[in-house]
Design a protein around this ligand. Structure first.
Ligand code: GDP
Length: 760
């Protein structure tokens, strides 16, 4: 099978093209660095199928970042039959810089001029024929998004793949052409493949090449002496880059005619003036985020009920009809979109749960089997599923922000605000991805060139609440809000999300002052133009999430539910017993003391009963965070059950309320419990991924970091919320720590460091 590689700059539309070609649904994000590893698929619309390999987005073929190495090695070693170089036509010059490097390799290359829809809309003209002449490579105008020009692109790539192509350089007229040519001939004489490419890289002083070809580097060094008076002072790397850009602007740019009536400010620029404003940028981001959480988790749409007080319970006389109407409109007011989805799902699971219980009763199965199905399997799994529509709505909102180009701005705004504290905007991209799932977010940290930054980012990614933790927040905040009227669940969820982000910033700042001192890597990111989010992209993204969620619910969570159910219903002698005599009770009680400072260990209730329920829930969360909710469901039922109880709905919130009542846990303890789950060791899958991304030997410290941070923070949350005046003590301690670091950085204190060992 022929093999084509897609290579191009980050954000040039490679993933979109890959998805269009292969029918895959890989995640498209409107910011650089979304594809970190290479991806493969098959294009089937030519006479024979072609394998498509999507390489990570890169700006050059120098080995500075892991992605550059992956892409370079793939093209050189795996020898694709053709490289499709995707070029963002709205940023022609910068994108062609990579092209000038790829064309030096002896491989057929086709240029795909992407985003032509935008170029045309702007009124610019791009002469593909002219570019074809100048580059000597086939050029095809396409729009990956609108699926235009795809067939022609593939046909031309197919035709190009049939012929051999020798590398060609744009550096022929540069003063370095002599040395490049000499080295090329020397390498060719030795039988080195792609001699031109290696000769150029060697001349640039590329570290990989210098290692591989020590004999030829002497030729370059010799030649260098002639350039000691040059403005670049013999910096051949800079000279090569300069020559490439000059060539692009004198030769290639002739293909582009910009529209005469160019506005000085595009719409994107105007929007950016407000959205990335120095002072208002962050408040605007927080307001947008709040709106998202209000619409997802709030009950009273836009606070209409609080303001105008129009809310009612409707009574039609029919209980089922009434509960259906309450999905949209109740004493809490008109529901938010997220609220409606949540209620609707709750309504469905209620009805279904009832039917299953009835069906099981009719089969006359043994009591334990009925319990296992109704409480263990259905109880746990439905608990997790009941949050799916609401979480999907949250993702829809986040995807819209991402695809429109706004999230890239957020990284930029945050960079400006937090650079002083040791965080770079580049590191915020994987962190924000953590709102979805920590696994791809941790993988994305590969794009960070600085090792310390990579370690710190991996450590704090779990603090960005992922989709699996969202149900915990929704259930706990929903329960607290319905217990204490006047509180908006959406607001508490929002505050908890912000709290997670603030903890991430705080912890990175702290690490920067202690174990991870160093300079913040520069952050250069070109902001993509805003565009309307694509329905297809959004749906593909949601579909992916849904599949992942449902798959998890019926595998890992189902298995955990069955185990929890057995442990909570059976004794060590393997007899069915009440929960207080169960194996789980013994295990939970055994480690309960550990959690006492956080308000969900001993002393949770006056009777000191069932407090361990929360301990068990937190521990099962290590397997998958959805398990926390699943455990709530199963244990609530084991404690007296909600299934079949008239007027009680199975929606997670009811379970938490029931557990509050049974265990006597305070709302402060519940908040501390939530914070603990947010900050502690993430699920196994995420922890394993982080482990893979960290340098050897760093994982144990990371594990300790998660445990300590969650334990201490959650204890503080419990203490401060329970006894408000302790907030002053905590604030004073934090202030002292800050003062200490400020003074130390100014060199006024030299505590615990040997003389002369200061790194400032
Ligand atoms: P990658 O980083 O190179 O993989 O780029 P993506 O495929 O993630 O695309 C980056 C952004 O550009 C996304 O928001 C896409 O929707 C958008 N995009 C991709 N191709 C086109 C196109 O042909 N026209 C327009 N208008 N937008 C595009």
């Amino acid at each position: 099978m022929l093999k084509f590689a897609l290579a191009g700059n980050p954000n040039s539309g490679k993933t979109t093209l890959f998805n269009t070609l292969t029918g895959s649904t890989a995640h498209v994000g409107n910011w650089p660095g979304v594809t970190v590893d290479k991806r493969e698929g098959v294009y089937k619309k030519l006479s024979s199928p072609v394998q498509i390999v999507d390489l990570p987005g890169i700006y050059s073929l120098s080995p500075y970042t892991p992605e550059e190495v992956i892409s370079r090695n793939f093209i050189l070693d795996e020898k694709p039959d053709c490289v499709i170089n995707i070029v963002d036509a709205t940023n022609l010059e910068r994108n062609l810089y990579l092209t000038t490097q790829i064309m030096e390799i002896d491989v057929p290359v086709v240029i795909a001029l992407n985003m032509m829809d935008v170029v045309r809309k702007r009124g610019d003209k791009l002469d593909a024929k002219k570019l074809e002449q100048k580059t000597g490579l086939p050029v095809v105008e396409i729009s990956a998004l609108k699926e235009e020009g795809i067939k022609e692109l593939m046909e031309r790539a197919y035709a190009a793949a049939q012929k051999k192509r020798a590398g060609k350089s744009v550096l022929e007229k540069s003063p370095l052409s002599h040395v490049i040519d000499d080295v090329r001939i020397a390498l060719k004489g030795k039988g080195v493949e792609n001699p031109l490419f290696h000769a150029v890289k060697l001349t640039e002083g590329d570290e990989l090449e210098v290692k591989d070809h020590p004999a030829e580097i002497a030729m370059v060094e010799e030649f260098k002496k002639q350039f000691s008076d040059d403005i670049f002072a013999g910096d051949f790397e800079a000279m090569v880059a300069d020559a490439r850009y000059k060539y692009i602007s004198t030769e290639f740019s002739a293909a582009l005619t910009r529209s005469e009536k160019k506005e000085t400010f595009t719409k994107s620029d105007k929007a950016d003036k407000i959205l990335t404003h120095r002072i208002f940028g962050i408040p605007i981001f927080l307001v947008i985020l709040f709106a998202v959480f209000h619409l997802t988790f709030g009950e009273d749409l836009l606070y209409l009920n609080t303001i105008f007080g129009f809310a009612n319970d409707v009574s039609t006389g029919n209980a089922v009809l009434d509960s259906f109407v309450a999905v949209f409109y109740s004493s809490a007011g008109i529901s938010t979109p997220g609220g409606i989805l949540f209620n609707l799902m709750g309504f469905c699971t209620d009805q279904l749960g009832g039917l299953i219980a009835e069906g099981m009763a009719k089969t006359g199965a043994a009591a334990w089997a009925q319990g296992l199905v109704n409480e263990g399997i259905w109880g746990g799994v439905s608990g997790v599923l009941s949050f799916v529509p609401q979480i999907l709505f949250l993702f829809l909102c986040i995807s819209i922000l991402e695809d429109s180009g706004y999230m890239a701005r957020v990284a930029f705004i945050l960079d400006r605000a937090f650079r002083k504290f040791g965080l770079s905007g580049r590191a915020f991209i994987p962190m924000i991805m953590g709102f979805g799932c920590s696994v791809p977010a941790a993988i994305n940290t590969r794009t960070l060139a600085d090792e310390k930054e990579r370690i710190m980012t991996n450590r704090v990614i779990p603090f960005f609440t992922c989709g699996a933790k969202a149900p915990i927040l929704a259930a706990v905040c929903g329960a607290i809000a319905s217990r204490y009227t006047g509180i908006d669940a959406g607001l508490i969820v929002f505050l908890l999300y912000v709290f997670g982000m603030a903890m991430a910033v705080l912890m990175v700042a702290l690490m920067r002052q202690t174990s991870m001192r160093g300079e913040v890597a520069p952050f250069i990111m070109e902001l993509p133009a805003y565009h309307a989010p694509q329905f297809k992209n959004l749906m593909a993204h949601l579909w992916d999430k849904l599949k992942h969620y449902v798959h998890k619910a019926f595998t890992i969570i189902l298995a955990s539910c069955i185990i929890i159910w057995f442990l909570s219903n059976f004794s060590w002698e393997w007899k069915m017993v009440s929960m207080n005599e169960s194996i789980l009770h013994d295990i939970g009680s055994f480690c309960q003391w550990l959690f006492t400072p956080m308000g969900f260990g001993y002393g949770t209730s006056a009777l000191n009963q069932y407090g361990w329920v929360f301990v068990v829930a937190a521990v099962t969360g290590l397997i998958a965070k959805e398990n926390v909710i699943a455990t709530f469901f199963i244990l609530a039922q084991a404690l007296g059950g909600l299934v079949g109880v008239e007027g009680q709905s199975e929606d997670g919130i009811a379970e938490v309320l029931f557990l509050m009542e049974k265990t006597g846990i305070t709302w402060q303890g519940l908040m501390a419990f939530t914070v603990f789950n947010m900050l502690t060791v993430p699920c196994f899958a995420a922890a394993a991924t982080v482990r893979g991304e960290l340098p050897k030997g760093k994982f144990k410290y990371t594990l300790a970091f998660w445990l300590l941070t969650s334990y201490i923070t959650s204890t503080l949350v419990f203490v401060v919320l329970s006894w408000w005046w302790t907030a002053f003590i905590v604030a004073a301690v934090i202030a002292l720590v800050i003062v200490y670091f400020v003074l130390r950085n100014k060199g006024k204190i030299n505590f615990g460091r040997r003389k002369g060992a200061s790194r400032e």
